[in-house]
Design a protein around this ligand. Structure first.
Ligand code: GLC
Length: 761
């Protein structure tokens, strides 16, 4: 029996009740019920927003959404039901009681409210109970442990300093309340835009009779995506919440980090060793110990006496420096950021106005109210202490926010908001302040921003990493799922601590994990204090050789990787992508044995093996494939057994693939041999690849200073054609070489200056 129009007698439980009135204002259709108001907006033919509220806030602020709704909504009104058609999607709203059901253009149900319960409040907490289809799977939610298919699991979003997290822990550092449902050959997406503590249950404890989502406060405020195909939904979701800028090219090289290189001398020694051993690298990091007493925007005078001289020397060696910043501002008279912050009222408070104090690395701290533009601006300008000596990357940590005890009281306030209402967006607002501030200070150069805590939309400001993982095989594999799942929610620029943050990896684990780093969007080696040294040369000569070769492979692939980032910048589609994006209804994709596999860019399939495995089962989707390391051709459409020596991670190239590569360079600052290698693997279908290049450093690409051309392979004729160049940038390569694989000829390496067509057969 439906709970039609009644206030339940259960513990303080309310339902919206029946529809009384319908009106239209500000692009929204407003539906008044007995105990609530619902609003509907159309954002595009495939995106409809629904808000069900008891106290709708007219400010209607979103931390994530950057697009406005469309104009007037046309709807049909009958005694029982309202219906809204967008051409591609139909929303039917039943009136008694209020229920929302979404259909595709053919009138087939995509998703909707559970008929019995719909939406309910218990106190301020609301839950939206939804239908669960028998064959329904769920992917998404970003940085969440567990399986690729989230069916049968439940999750909480509450950004947490997840020290020592395990492959089962929840919540972790980030909140992405967006998932994609897959059933009956259909796809849909749902984004709950709400920064309170939120929860999702995918049929975990209801005898698979429904799934549900909700939050401790705020509105049931969601965007429904009705596009067909996972990729189309990701494109829509990132259209709505933004896409990444082109990252600085140097940040796609190898990054060496540690908590901490304790002095300028040590930073320089490590950097010099890379050059001495000819192991390519682009970035060195300073973790918290570069500061004076962990005071943000300061340098330790004794151990880092001349930051500029250190950075100049790094620059001369082709390195960039990234430094960490945490939100906690040390309470210490005479410390600029403390004095200014207190004077100007920039810190979080208790309800009586007293400044909140929590302890973090520096000891007792105040926490900036990044939700205020003025505070972000102040924060952003403070980075001059880092940019003046030449820091190029800005690592935002502890921004869940973290304080020892991990239990900031709920009465802590940011302006007029209590912390629990906006906590999950703190990391975004800090990263936004960092991004906007450093972008202004760097005068036209792209800042590299990295953050631990995040909310939907973070890709507009920052790359992310998955926090404090552990040096275990389970984390190596979990890392793949985390990265792939972050890709589903629109975050392409992702890394994990290669080697595992805490604990000491075995040499085998280090080597294996490093080989996986090649195919991770951000490739950073990082380790906790008091662990063994992690640099490539710390593992014995034999292992150093393997690690070096893998890092060289990363550098060879940079033209392909940069083009893949361009695609992500344009479309929102991730660089590392679960097979579920292309093959959402393929059972094997979700099999626990294969769920960690992913595509890196369009054409490379990576099958992660752990450090003990020397042979693994790999699911190769239909089509022909080539083992990257050997060029052995393999027919897909089945599970195969693949050798997995530590020297050759199982990586496969799609037949017909075009992969641009370059010669080995020691850093992205190096020119290389000037030859762009276009590798082509023989295949039966015709393919193309959009090659993209720009200066890798500035925003000139936004004014057309790029070099872009489509390279096509015609399987019938064996012709490779190059479209005319788009954009005003002159390629850094002055020759192009075609490298053919699987065509029977081995000696067809040819150089061209301005090629338009070439035959490989
Ligand atoms: C946090 C970060 C870690 C960093 C450490 C010290 O644990 O997650 O990456 O090294 O703090 O700053």
């Amino acid at each position: 029996m439906a709970l039609a129009g009644v206030v339940c007698t259960m513990m303080d439980t309310t339902v919206p009740g029946n529809v009384h009135k319908i009106s239209q204002q500000h692009n929204a259709l407003t539906i008044t019920t007995q105990h609530a108001e619902a609003r509907v907006w159309i954002y595009s033919p495939t995106i409809i927003r629904v808000n069900v509220s008891r106290h709708f806030d007219a400010q209607d602020h979103s931390f994530a959404v950057i697009q406005p709704p469309q104009g007037n909504i046309r709807y049909d009104d009958s005694p029982d039901e309202l219906s809204i058609h967008t051409g591609e999607l139909e929303l039917r709203i039943s009136k008694s009681p209020l229920r929302f059901n979404f259909y595709n253009a053919d009138g087939i149900l995509l998703s909707g409210d559970d008929e019995r319960f719909g939406t309910m409040w218990q106190g301020e907490k609301f839950t939206n109970y939804r239908k669960l289809f028998k064959d329904e799977r769920f992917i998404g939610l970003g940085e969440k442990t567990g399986n690729l298919d989230r069916r049968g699991s439940n999750y909480v979003n509450w950004n947490t300093d997840a020290v020592d997290y395990t492959p089962k822990s929840d919540p972790l550092y980030k909140t992405f309340p967006f998932y994609i449902g897959l059933h009956s050959g259909l796809t849909y997406g749902l984004f709950l835009d709400n920064t309170h503590r939120s929860f999702f249950d995918f049929g975990a404890s209801t005898d698979h009779s429904m799934h549900w989502l909700g939050a401790d406060g705020g509105d049931l405020n969601y965007y429904f995506f009705g596009a067909q195909g996972v990729a189309n939904i990701i494109q829509d979701q990132t259209w709505l919440t933004g896409r990444m800028e082109m990252p600085p090219l140097w940040s796609l090289g190898y990054q060496q980090c540690r908590w901490s290189y304790m002095s300028a001398k040590e930073v320089l020694e490590v950097a010099r060793n890379f050059r001495k051993l000819k192991i390519p690298a682009d970035a060195m990091y300073c973790d918290i110990d570069y500061m004076d007493g962990f005071k943000i925007f300061t340098w330790n005078n004794e151990t880092f006496p001349e930051p500029k001289a250190m950075i100049d020397e790094l620059t001369a060696m082709g390195f960039k420096l990234v430094t960490i910043v945490d939100p906690g501002i040390k309470i210490e008279d005479g410390y600029k950021q403390y004095d200014e912050g207190v004077k100007k009222g920039y810190f979080a408070t208790y309800p009586d106005g007293e400044l909140y104090i929590g302890e973090v690395w520096p000891g007792r701290c105040h926490f900036p109210d990044f939700y205020k533009a003025e505070v972000r601006d102040w924060w952003g300008k403070s980075f001059d202490a880092l940019t003046e000596p030449g820091v190029a990357g800005f690592w935002n940590d502890m921004n869940e926010p973290a304080a020892w005890g991990q239990n900031i009281p709920g009465i802590m306030r940011f302006g007029d908001k209590y912390m629990p209402e906006v906590r999950n967006a703190y990391g975004n607002e800090m990263s936004r302040g960092t991004y906007e501030g450093t972008k202004a200070l760097l005068k036209g150069k792209r800042p590299f921003v990295l953050t631990r805590a995040a909310y939907t939309g973070i890709q507009r400001y920052s790359a992310v990493w998955t926090g404090d993982n552990t040096a275990t095989d389970a984390h190596l594999l979990l890392g793949c799922r985390l990265v792939n799942s972050l890709g589903i929610v629109g975050v392409s620029y992702v890394g994990v601590d290669i080697g595992g943050f805490s604990g000491n990896p075995t040499p085998e684990l280090m080597v294996r994990w490093n080989s996986l780093g090649v195919y991770t969007p951000m490739f950073r080696n990082h380790a906790m204090a008091a662990t063994v040294m992690r640099e490539p040369w710390a593992w014995g000569k034999q292992n150093e050789k393997i690690i070096k070769k893998d890092i060289e492979q990363r550098y060879k692939l940079l033209p392909y990787i940069y083009s893949s980032f361009y695609r992500s910048h344009q479309t929102g589609l991730p660089v590392a992508r679960t097979l579920a994006i292309d093959l959402p209804f393929d059972e094997l994709v979700y099999d626990e044995a294969y769920q960690n596999q992913f595509f890196f860019g369009d054409n490379i399939l990576v099958a992660p093996a752990d450090s003990h495995q020397r042979e693994i089962d790999v699911y190769l989707p239909a089509g022909d494939w080539y083992r990257f390391g050997t060029d052995e051709k393999i027919t897909g459409g089945d599970v195969i057994s693949a050798d997995a020596p530590l020297t050759d991670l199982p990586v496969f190239i799609r037949a017909g693939a075009i992969i641009p590569m370059q010669s080995i360079v020691q850093s992205t600052a190096e020119q290389g041999d000037g030859i762009l290698q276009i590798h082509v693997w023989n295949g039966e279908g015709s393919t193309d690849f959009v090659y993209y290049e720009d200066d890798g450093d500035t925003y000139a690409y936004e004014q057309g200073a790029y070099y872009k051309r489509t390279i096509s392979f015609n399987a019938e004729t064996g012709n490779i054609t190059f479209s005319a160049v788009e954009g005003t940038f002159t390629s850094r390569f002055d020759r192009i070489m075609i490298v053919s694989h699987g065509f029977g000829k081995t000696e067809d390496w040819i150089c061209y200056n301005e090629p338009t067509e070439f035959t490989v057969r």
